[in-house]
Design a protein around this ligand. Sequence first.
Ligand code: GAR
Length: 205
Amino acid sequence: MCKKTVNIAVLVSGGGTNLQALIDAGKSGALHSGTIKLVISDTKGAYALERAEAAGIKTAIVPKEKGADNAGLEKAILSLLEENGIELIVLAGFMTILSKDFVSRYEKRIINVHPSLIPAFCGAGFYGLKVHEAALAYGVKVTGATVHFVNEVADGGEIILQKAVKVLDGDTPERLQKRVMRLAEWKILPAATETVCEKILEGRL
Ligand code: GAR
């Protein structure tokens, strides 16, 4: 008999290197208490979708409606989550901010990776490369990444894991982004996902 694992949906918008880290962790056994059942993108043509397909994972696209609120997009995501029996949502470079209503349906069941040491350089307007531009402009000598639960405050939910990364002389936002991904994000996102899945299976969350 197969061991019960937590059904995971990963929500993406772009390149999907964090999704790849999760896929690789599933293959190596580092992520064994959860299974990625579905990858949902709010962006057509996101490279993350190719990564999912190459790993044999079901994909769906829920395009953003220009100028509208995200009600239609959220409704479409909710149906997909229900149809696929999803128990944990992992935001891996997902650039849509989910509404309070959406988030309250999945309390302690949505986690996000953010490319800074929260509470620095986070919240509305801080995403992707902008986070690293802000860190360099401020002149911090240490930055990093955070995985946290998602609540109604942007980047405000309980912290699960963090990892620090040094800023080096001559860093550009792009160089810093790559180092933070490689040394922090790709490690702590799979680790935090496994921890959360384990706790869900054991009824501790
Ligand atoms: C990652 O650095 C992730 O932390 C960030 O976007 C990038 C996505 O890269 N997310 C945010 O800024 C969310 N606030 P990926 O598509 O290669 O995983």
